[in-house]
Design a protein around this ligand. Structure first.
Ligand SMILES: *[C@@H]1O[C@H](CO)[C@@H](O)[C@H](O)[C@H]1NC(C)=O
Ligand SMILES: *[C@@H]1O[C@H](CO)[C@@H](O)[C@H](O)[C@H]1NC(C)=O
Ligand SMILES: *[C@@H]1O[C@H](CO)[C@@H](O)[C@H](O)[C@H]1NC(C)=O
Ligand SMILES: *[C@@H]1O[C@H](CO)[C@@H](O)[C@H](O)[C@H]1NC(C)=O
Ligand SMILES: *[C@@H]1O[C@H](CO)[C@@H](O)[C@H](O)[C@H]1NC(C)=O
Ligand SMILES: *[C@@H]1O[C@H](CO)[C@@H](O)[C@H](O)[C@H]1NC(C)=O
Ligand SMILES: *[C@@H]1O[C@H](CO)[C@@H](O)[C@H](O)[C@H]1NC(C)=O
Length: 335
C-alpha cells in the first residue's frame, strides 16, 4: 500500500510539473502589456480570478463576480486594470501598466461558469530576449473575408511524428492553436478566442488547420511544428493575408501588384538579413519547439524546406500566391 501511495505521489508531482510547463499563450514582457483572456462560451460567468502561478502557491491578483464587482489585490492595485467593454462580456483581459522584470512568469485566468464548470487559460510572460519569433515564412496564402481557409504543412523527412503543434505568431505574443500528441493522445482544448478546426490522426506525415469564416484580423503568421520522440523537429511558417473584401476588382489588382512589389522587397531584405544572420549563427539554430518540449539535448542542424501549402478551397486568385524557399537552406550558395 505504501509503495502504491508513493507511486501516486510521484505521479501527482509529475502531473503538476507537466501542467506547469504547458501553457496556452506566450507574451513578451513590455512596460504596457495585456494578458488576453476571452471565454468562448455563452455560459453564465459566476466568478473570475486572475492568479500569478509561483513555485509553491498561486498569488491572487484580482477577483471578479457579476454580483459583487471587482477587487484588485494590494500589490497589483495601481498596476493592473481590466479592459471593460460591454460589447464583449466574456472578455476579462488584464492590462499591466509599468510592468517590470519581476512580472515575468506564469499567469492563470481562472473562471467559474454555470453550468459548464471551471475553465482556465495559462499565459507565460517571458523577457524580450527569450521571445524569438524571427523565422522566415515558407509559404503565403491569400484569401478574402468569409472564406474557410485551410493551412497545410507537410513533413519532409522520414522519422515518426510524435507531436504536431500549430501556433499563431504575433510580434508581442504566441498563441497555441492546436497540439496533437499521437502517442500519448493528449487532447488539448484550445483557449484561442476563435474556432480552429483540425484532426489528430496517427501516422500522418502532414497536418492542416481550417480557419472558418476568416476576417482581416486572422491575417498573420501561423507556425506548424512536427516533433519526433528522438528530439528531431521540423518547423514551417505559413503567412496568411486576408484582403478587405469590399474593394473593387481594379483596386484588388492594384493591391495585388503592390503586394507583389512589397513581397519582393521583403524577400530581398529578408535574404540579406537571413544571410548575415546565418553567417553569424550558422551553428546555433534556434530550437523553435523548445517552448513545448523540455529537451536540452543538442541535435544536428536540420534544414528547413518549403511546405506544399495549398491555397484554400477558393483559389480564384492563386496567381498572387507566393511560395518562396527557406533561406536557411543553402546560405553559402547565395553569397
Ligand atoms: C505605457 O503607457 C503609458 C500611459 O498610457 C505611457 O505614458 C507610456 O509611454 C507607455 N509606455 C510604452 C513603453 O509604451
Ligand atoms: C464591465 O462593465 C459593466 C457595466 O459597466 C459591469 O456590469 C461589469 O461588471 C464590468 N465588468 C468588469 C470585469 O469589470
Ligand atoms: C514604475 O515602476 C518603478 C519600479 O518598478 C517605479 O520606480 C516607477 O515610479 C513606476 N512608474 C510609474 C509611472 O508608476
Ligand atoms: C465554410 O464551412 C462551413 C462549415 O464549417 C460551411 O457551412 C460553409 O458553407 C463554408 N463556407 C465556404 C465559403 O466554403
Ligand atoms: C478530443 O476529445 C473530444 C471529445 O472529448 C473529441 O471530439 C476530439 O476529437 C478529441 N480531439 C483529439 C485531437 O483527439
Ligand atoms: C462570418 O463572419 C461575419 C463577420 O464576423 C459574420 O457576420 C457572419 O455571420 C459569419 N458567418 C458565419 C457563417 O459564421
Ligand atoms: C529541434 O531541432 C533543432 C535543430 O534543427 C535542435 O537544435 C533542437 O534541439 C530540436 N528541438 C528539440 C526540442 O529537440
Amino acid at each position: 500500500m505504501d509503495y502504491f501511495a508513493f507511486l501516486l505521489a510521484i505521479l501527482h508531482v509529475y502531473k503538476a510539473l507537466c501542467e506547469e510547463i504547458f501553457w496556452d499563450t506566450t507574451v513578451k514582457l513590455a512596460e504596457n502589456m495585456t494578458l488576453e483572456c476571452v471565454y468562448p462560451s455563452t455560459d453564465i460567468l459566476t466568478q473570475m480570478e486572475w492568479f500569478k502561478i509561483n513555485l509553491m502557491e498561486r498569488e491572487a491578483i484580482a477577483i471578479f463576480s457579476p454580483t459583487h464587482g471587482v477587487i484588485i489585490r494590494e500589490p497589483y492595485a495601481d498596476r493592473v486594470s481590466f479592459l471593460n467593454s460591454t460589447m464583449a462580456p466574456n472578455d476579462i483581459t488584464l492590462s499591466f501598466h509599468n510592468a517590470s522584470e519581476a512580472d515575468v512568469g506564469y499567469y492563470s485566468c481562472f473562471l467559474h461558469t454555470f453550468p459548464q464548470g471551471t475553465w482556465e487559460k495559462v499565459i507565460q510572460v517571458v523577457p524580450p530576449d527569450s521571445f524569438d519569433i524571427a523565422v522566415p515564412s515558407t509559404s503565403h496564402v491569400i484569401s478574402e473575408p468569409g472564406k474557410n481557409v485551410t493551412l497545410l504543412c507537410q513533413l519532409q523527412t522520414k522519422w515518426p511524428v510524435q507531436q504536431v503543434t500549430w501556433e499563431k505568431i504575433q510580434p508581442h505574443q504566441i498563441d497555441l492553436l492546436t497540439c496533437c500528441n499521437l502517442f500519448q493522445g493528449r487532447n488539448y482544448t484550445s483557449k484561442y478566442q476563435r474556432q480552429i478546426l483540425t484532426t489528430c490522426t496517427q501516422g500522418s506525415r502532414g497536418s492542416f488547420i481550417i480557419i472558418p469564416n476568416v476576417t482581416v484580423s486572422d491575417s498573420g503568421f501561423y507556425r506548424c511544428c512536427f516533433q519526433a520522440s528522438t528530439g528531431e523537429n521540423e518547423t514551417f511558417v505559413v503567412r496568411l493575408t486576408v484582403t478587405d473584401g469590399k474593394t473593387n476588382n481594379q483596386y484588388i489588382l492594384f493591391m495585388a501588384g503592390g503586394t507583389v512589389l512589397l513581397l519582393l522587397f521583403v524577400i530581398l531584405i529578408t535574404t540579406v538579413i537571413v544571410i548575415s544572420y546565418n553567417r553569424r549563427r550558422r551553428r546555433q539554430k534556434r530550437d523553435l519547439c523548445k517552448d513545448f518540449w523540455d529537451t536540452q539535448k543538442k541535435a544536428p542542424n536540420n534544414s528547413r524546406s518549403p511546405t506544399s501549402a495549398n491555397p484554400p478551397t477558393d483559389d480564384a486568385r492563386e496567381d498572387i500566391y507566393v511560395n518562396y524557399p527557406a533561406f536557411s537552406r543553402r546560405p553559402k550558395a547565395r553569397v
